[in-house]
Design a binder for this molecule. Sequence first.
Ligand code: NIG
Ligand code: FE
Length: 417
Amino acid sequence: MAVLVKNIKQLVQVNDTPIQWRAGKEMQNLPMIEDAYLLAVGEVIVDYGKMCDFSETVLQNINEPLEIIDATGKMVFPTFCDSHTHIVYAGDRSIEYIDKIKGLSYEEIAQRGGGILNSVQRLRDSSEDELFESAWERLQEMASMGTGAAEIKSGYGLTTQDELKMLRVIRRLKEKSRMTIKANFLGAHAVPKEYIGHQTEYVDLIINEMIPMVAAEELADFVDVFCDRGFFTVEDTERILMQGIKYGLCPKIHANELDYSGGIQVGVKYNARSVDHVEYTGDDEIAVLLGSETMPTILPGAAFFLGMVYAPARKMMEAGLPVALASDYNPGSCPSGNMQFVLSMGCIKYKMLPEEAINATTVNTAYAMCVEDSLGTITKGKIANFFITKPISSIEFLPYAYGSNKVETVYLKGKKI
Ligand code: NIG
Ligand code: FE
């Protein structure tokens, strides 16, 4: 199958050579081609350029059926990369919504047996098939709104068997979906009720049993820890990361959501691919991140839903850092995987320019989930994951019209979904 999209009003995020990420002032740079075409053959982008330079000769060597689309008035973007989700879960936590509305904090809800442990119980009571079906639905919805890659975490099992069960569900999602999916082992999401008061023993279980078994079945790409006040300490985090690295897993951290927890520092020390949440980012954290290879990733949906402080995105970019924006789709702090809304929040609540927020949800999240070589930009040779918008006036319309779905058609691996 080959696809030729013609008369594109603007082809957005075009990079002739792959880049690692965009940081600081460079985040305002969003390369585009006006009045453009895009050609994908099989699963890959093979050509693009200005319509006036288009020549039928590029079609000569294509030996497969060709679909031609006229995108007059419409724009084409690379699909979003959502580098932080927890979409494998059972049921929902709408019951806690009322507690939240009445003013209980995330930690207070967790202390009352709600929060993550509520989802843990439901997950343990669910079969692999049930979990697969509900996660598949969520993934389909994410794709329909323009997401083409997702990192998915475990962390609602918290026993060896239940963590493996979650990761096997993620493996099935990887196999079935046209999206690019990465799996993250988050055994250190919370201390399960059987281990409350014995946190170190639970960390021992993660290190001695869970990580070796996860690695033996090759079920995860990343290892993650919720390093924050009331959850896992810096010391716990170091132990888990060292073991994860030894077993070939790349670290990512839930850091500084609830306090200046040291999570950013420990993440950088172990060369984490990303540190996520980062509401509590001060001068020390910025200094540590500068010059590192760790992507600070903000999760606007969680801060919005929980009524938290907003991470200082502007200050971070002004200091020269890259910033990524992901959804955190999960039942407790962000029951939405809508990256268009994440983009809007980036602009509205974090004062990011549309260009900055688009870089933050495409190329920078691609880096945060280790897919920057194949996704995140329109580049020859990269996977043909792109969406065509409805007719829109400008790129700013995408974050501006925050309640509407601006995505008309999504292509994953060169095929319409
Ligand atoms: O990223 N902060 C920790 N974990 C999730 C929340 C998960 C939950 O509440 O179920 C997050 O926000
Ligand atoms: Fe999370």
